[in-house]
Design a protein around this ligand. Structure first.
Ligand code: HGY
Ligand code: MN
Ligand code: MN
Ligand code: MN
Length: 405
């Protein structure tokens, strides 16, 4: 069966959910209406294939083929949620490709000797509640369920409230060790977020690992006052220490060969003619090793505090999430690469649920589909249909190979 047959129809359906007509980007935040519609789509696709569907204690969706078969499960999947104005492929490509790969295998008469599952992890981007990979972190016991339940979105709604509003019970949030123990291998197919493949003839690559990375909240507290009547010498303007932090993030990233981004800021009271009382900014820092990431954060905070000291502005730092460096199981990555006929093996600076499972000891690898723009977390993210089909064929081959163990 041509891998594309099942893919194209599913892709057209899913790509229409949660797309913002103005920006062309997606706004599928965890437990909001677009996310719930995507979940309904997932459930319908699974049922249409006779797969047993379940939502686990943490809100992750699982579609099982041969659930009662003996042996460790081969699991594939990704996420359905997005960043604000995200691209179409980040997450959904892995889900649609998983169903399409099972279609292609079924059409070739394949029946799994072991359980196989498609999983949609909840809230991978952390766009609403601030912590990425909430579903896989809770599954693996690497996120405290009480902290998770109490995480608030920009409107003050907690994760627990959002789950209840969607008919899910947050009381059961927590490590799911028996489920984790059932996973023999995990493969996540994902659009490449970057340009390793863009200038090559390879439509698909294998992931070698994920850079360590984290998120920190910086709080700058000054004193609100009138923009027109307050002399400069009388101000405690938190915006200045904030500006110093952003400038230092770039300076540090340059000389430490790291990546640092401040993409989210809130200002209180946020008035054109009022000196702010408080600025909150979120730093995303990543590098090839943990020490370098931490060095970036230290430089940023030190620069902010130097400026803050001049203005009587305090600077507080809170680590919101940490994702350790991950090397995908050497034998699994090498095996997948050989299975696919020697495709490139590339690292990624992007975080994934695959990284969380790998860090929990699950044999894990990733397949990346070429992105000609290299752009991600933006509407210009793209993958050619032919490359998506190549990804489906590669995933089908890998799933069959792993299930044959
Ligand atoms: O932020 C990331 O690295 C991923 O796309 N969630
Ligand atoms: Mn992403
Ligand atoms: Mn992703
Ligand atoms: Mn006034």
């Amino acid at each position: 069966m041509d891998a594309g047959t099942g893919f194209d129809g599913m892709w057209a359906e899913l790509a229409g959910i949660g797309r913002d007509a103005t920006s062309g980007g997606y706004r599928r935040f965890a437990w909001t209406a677009p996310d719930l519609t995507c979940r309904e789509w997932f459930t319908a696709q699974a049922k249409a294939r006779g797969l047993a569907v379940e939502r686990d204690r943490n809100g992750n969706l699982w579609a099982w083929l041969g659930e009662r078969l003996p042996g460790p499960a081969v699991v594939t999947g990704s996420h359905l949620d997005s960043v604000p104005d995200g691209g179409a492929y980040d997450g959904p490509l892995g889900i649609v490709s998983a169903f399409a790969a099972l279609d292609a295998l079924a059409a070739d008469g394949w029946t799994p000797p072991r359980p196989v599952a498609v999983v949609a992890f909840t809230d991978e981007e952390g766009a609403r509640f601030g912590v990425p990979c909430i579903g896989s972190r809770l599954l693996t016991g690497t996120l405290d369920p009480t902290r998770a339940a109490g995480l608030r979105d920009g409107d003050g709604v907690t994760l627990a409230q959002a789950m209840r509003s969607a008919g899910a019970d947050p009381a059961w949030l927590g490590a799911d060790r028996s489920r984790l123990a059932r996973i023999g291998a995990f493969v996540e197919l994902h659009v490449e977020q970057g340009r390793h493949l863009a200038n090559t003839s390879a439509p698909v690559a294998v992931g070698s690992g994920i850079w360590p990375h984290g998120r920190w909240k910086l709080t700058f507290r000054g004193r609100a006052d009138h923009a027109g009547t307050t002399a400069l010498g009388d101000r405690s303007d938190p915006m200045l220490a904030f500006a110093a932090s952003v400038q230092q993030a770039r300076t540090a990233a340059l000389h430490l060969r790291a990546r640092a981004t401040v993409g989210k800021v809130t200002v209180r009271p946020n008035g054109t003619n009022a000196i702010p009382s408080e600025v909150n900014a979120w730093l995303d820092a990543r590098a090839s090793d943990e020490a370098t990431v931490r060095a970036v954060v230290t430089e940023v905070v030190d620069a902010a505090r130097r400026r803050g000291a001049e203005d009587g502005v305090s600077v507080d730092l809170a680590e919101e999430s940490w994702s350790p460096a991950v090397t995908f199981g050497g034998d699994l990555a090498a095996r997948v690469a050989s299975q696919l006929g020697g495709v490139p093996v590339i690292p990624t600076g992007a975080g994934h649920d695959a990284g969380i499972l790998a860090a929990a000891g699950i044999p894990t690898t990733m397949l990346f589909v070429r992105n000609p723009t290299g752009v991600s977390h933006a509407p210009d993210e793209h993958a050619e249909t032919a490359d998506c089909h190549a990804g489906v064929s590669a995933l089908a081959a890998v799933l069959a190979d792993l299930a044959a163990d």
